[in-house]
Ligand binder design. Structure first.
Ligand SMILES: [Zn+2]
Length: 365
């Protein structure tokens, strides 16, 4: 039987796509909503003024409304970028402030922009441990994504020409709706997420050490340097206190237990995801528990060779390998706490106490 566990994580190009949509939607929106713009212009005049000044746009020019609107959007986008950078460098509280600035700058009918910024702030709140605020942001983001999908549908062929992504937004809105419902049932502060992060599978301890093949081919693998990085990341799961997991490096895919490769085309991983792990189950369960026969992780990253990688690129690959390995070891869902590696979008580089406790519980039953 095939199990699949997917992870939502914007990629470099995933992010880019989101930002493109952000711009396109906004421009289209303005074209259709001049009256609404006039209505909120008065309200936001001070903000407009300061933004226009800060980017050097003349307030009195005949086309000032257009220019100010554009500047407004640019400023919001700049704050969102700043938030992303702060997230990448571990300044979560500051990232929340930056995303809040972006949200405050955007008018209420800039649905796509508000959806993106609220979603980003939701994740930042979870990662900073503000679970209630995160839940609130997720439900607001859900509402705005669903609204964005509606707007795109109203736009008809024009919306299609502008590249609006109503289908994507509707889908994402539904995913967030599920997430909001799930969050109401979980406890991010319990000692582990064995119950919340299920369903759990496991490897038979008789199979240790598991044979791990990290692809070294040009097309779907990595250079020695990056294979070492991936190896160090996954080894965290063997080093955690009380871990029964052992790995050994294997140099062919045929009879490996765990295969780690890079997707050969972007279609292999859902838009917005960074990794994908699938598994094959053993025919026989042990003590009623489903056992794994083979796991395979696809890790997205810019390419074979890491020589052009920034430290942030390296951290992303490390984080992705660390997270997907948790799925490969049998964690079928995600932790509801942003402070765990197995949170669905955690940026951290070290297993938490809860990650360790969950692994021990999975393998002690
Ligand atoms: Zn995941």
């Amino acid at each position: 039987m095939q199990i699949t566990v997917a992870r939502l994580k914007p990629l470099l190009f995933g992010k880019l796509l989101a930002y493109c949509n952000f711009f396109i939607q906004f421009r289209n929106q303005f074209g259709r909503a001049v009256l609404r713009f006039a209505a909120f212009k008065q309200k936001y005049l001070t903000v407009f003024g300061s933004i226009a000044l800060s980017i050097g746009l003349p307030l009195s020019a005949p086309s000032s409304a257009w220019a100010m609107f554009y500047g407004f959007n640019q400023q919001a986008q700049a704050y969102e970028h700043e938030g992303d950078n702060l997230m990448d460098t571990g300044y979560y509280e500051q990232a929340i402030s930056a995303y809040s600035q972006a949200i405050n700058l955007l008018p209420y009918d800039a649905v796509q922009g508000r959806a993106d910024a609220l979603y980003a702030r939701a994740v930042a709140n979870d990662v900073a441990g503000h679970f209630d605020q995160a839940s609130q942001d997720y439900s607001w983001a859900r509402d705005y994504y669903l609204k964005a999908a509606q707007y795109a549908n109203y736009g008809g062929s024009q919306a299609a020409e502008e590249g609006l992504t109503g289908g994507y937004d509707a889908n994402f809105g539904q995913q967030l709706a599920n997430l909001v419902r799930w969050r109401a049932t979980v406890n991010p502060n319990s000692p582990d997420y064995f119950v919340d992060g299920g369903p759990m599978k496991a490897w038979s301890l008789r199979k240790m050490p598991l044979k791990v093949y990290i692809d070294d081919s040009q097309g779907t693998g990595w250079s020695q340097d990056l294979r070492d990085l991936i190896w160090r990341a996954i080894s965290s799961w063997t080093n955690v206190s009380g871990s029964p997991i052992r790995f050994t490096q294997w140099y062919r895919a045929d009879d490996a237990d765990y295969i780690i490769t890079r997707p050969s085309s972007s279609g292999q991983i859902a838009v917005g995801s960074g990794g994908f792990t699938s598994g094959v189950d053993e025919a026989q369960s042990e003590n009623g528990k489903v056992m794994l026969k083979q796991s395979k992780s696809l890790l997205s990253c810019p390419g074979y060779d890491g020589s052009g990688y920034s430290q942030i690129d390296r951290n992303r690959l490390y984080n992705l390998a660390l997270h997907e390995c948790g799925h490969a070891l049998g964690i079928g869902g995600h932790s509801p706490s942003g402070m765990d590696v197995m949170y669905w979008k955690a940026p951290i580089l070290k297993l938490s106490d809860r990650d360790g406790a969950t692994l021990r519980r999975m393998y002690s039953q």
